[in-house]
Design a protein around this ligand. Structure first.
Ligand code: ATP
Ligand code: LTN
Length: 328
């Protein structure tokens, strides 16, 4: 079984990315052949600074390694080092419907936020994402809930390509965690926690200092009334229950039971200290790993060489099936 996922080197990684995706990447190493990619080409679809992009790519790689990715048990590389991704993206545009791309929620949201230029890259973003996965014939794609629609489109693209040009691709399945697939903003628990949130107060970054994490949980918006239980009219408390369940690898029901008589202040304190303990070793390993950029580069370069050995043959086959390029 082959597992593939990508993560953007934009901004700092937050608790939503960590619980929704990164934890699943680490577990994937025990479940199959795991391949992970820092998608720097996706980061060029919105405003970005070239000098910063390289640094953010190392930052992101260091977070993944600190979380527990082990280069001897998985493949970790930088997307742009494997040109097969961009070539396949173009080839896949031939079976991608313009109307499908127009319907993508993320495109609508992100394009509304752009101040200067809504790029064609932002529009084609899901096609590049499909190429990332399909180039490796991956079976499973661990992602958070917000990527559900992109995964559906990816499957449609694979199915349409296979029926037009012959069976070329495995049609991948999304793997979305049961708890923590959509961690919400602590200040606005009806919006997802995101690095592009209006304010940082509701976003817990993996590298936040202990005092910052404590403060953000203390100020987290809860709901009127009392009682630590999940309900549609209690999005704040529901989110905190999910966070605590995820970091303790417990079920939300167990958390509700444990805190059934607790006040909100006490409960928020418990969530804060659990998250602080959970992130502390990651922060420590990150500091060590990030200090040795040459070692990070070595991991990414070796990963890219191994990735090309897998993606290359897929591309050769696909070019042949489409009748582009010189015959093999
Ligand atoms: P952001 O909105 O913070 O910029 P993103 O989704 O645009 O994040 P990535 O950093 O590439 O960009 O996301 C990495 C993974 O984290 C994806 O699988 C995504 O589904 C997941 N993810 C992002 N936000 C959340 C969240 N609030 N809760 C759970 N998973 C999330
Ligand atoms: N769009 C994804 C990042 C991403 C990805 C992928 C995820 C790019 N390529 C391939 C899974 C598989 C996001 O989370 N923003």
């Amino acid at each position: 079984m082959r597992i593939f996922s990508g993560i953007q080197p934009t901004g700092r990684k937050h608790l939503g990315n960590y619980i929704g995706a990164i934890v699943q990447y680490v577990a994937g190493q025990d479940r199959g052949e795991a391949i992970y990619c820092v998608v720097d080409l996706h980061a060029t679809t919105v405003a970005f600074a070239p000098a910063e992009l390289r640094e953010l790519t190392y930052d992101t790689a260091a977070i993944l390694l600190a979380a527990g990715l082990d280069p001897t048990r998985c493949l970790l590389f930088r997307q742009s080092d494997v040109p097969e991704h961009s070539e396949l993206a173009w080839l896949l545009t031939s079976v991608t419907a313009y109307g499908d791309l127009q319907r993508m929620t993320q495109f609508k949201e992100k394009s509304a936020k752009q101040r200067e230029l809504v790029t064609a890259g932002l529009f084609l973003y899901p096609v590049l994402m499909a190429a990332d996965v399909l180039a490796y014939q991956a079976d499973e794609v661990p992602v958070g809930d917000d990527q559900r629609q992109h995964l559906e489109l990816m499957r449609d693209i694979a199915i349409r390509f296979n029926s037009r040009f012959g069976e070329q691709f495995v049609v991948p399945d999304a793997r979305i965690p049961e708890v923590g697939a959509r961690i919400m903003d602590l200040q606005d628990p009806t919006s997802k926690m995101s690095s592009t949130a209006a304010s940082e107060e509701g976003v817990i970054y993996v590298l936040d200092a202990t005092a910052q994490i404590e403060r953000k949980f203390k100020r987290a918006v809860t709901d009127s009334g009392e009682g630590v239980y999940r309900a549609p009219d209690k999005p704040g408390i529901t989110n905190l229950i999910d966070i605590l369940a995820a970091v303790r690898a417990a079920s939300p029901v167990e958390i509700e039971r444990e805190f059934s008589g607790a006040g909100y202040g006490q409960f928020k304190g418990a969530v804060a200290s659990a998250v602080i303990d959970y992130l502390a070793p990651v922060k420590q390993r990150y500091a060590e790993l990030r200090g040795d950029q040459a070692a990070l580069e070595a991991v990414l370069s070796e990963g890219a060489a191994r990735a090309r050995a897998i993606a290359g043959p897929t591309l050769a086959k696909v070019r042949d099936a489409m009748g582009v390029g010189a015959p093999r």
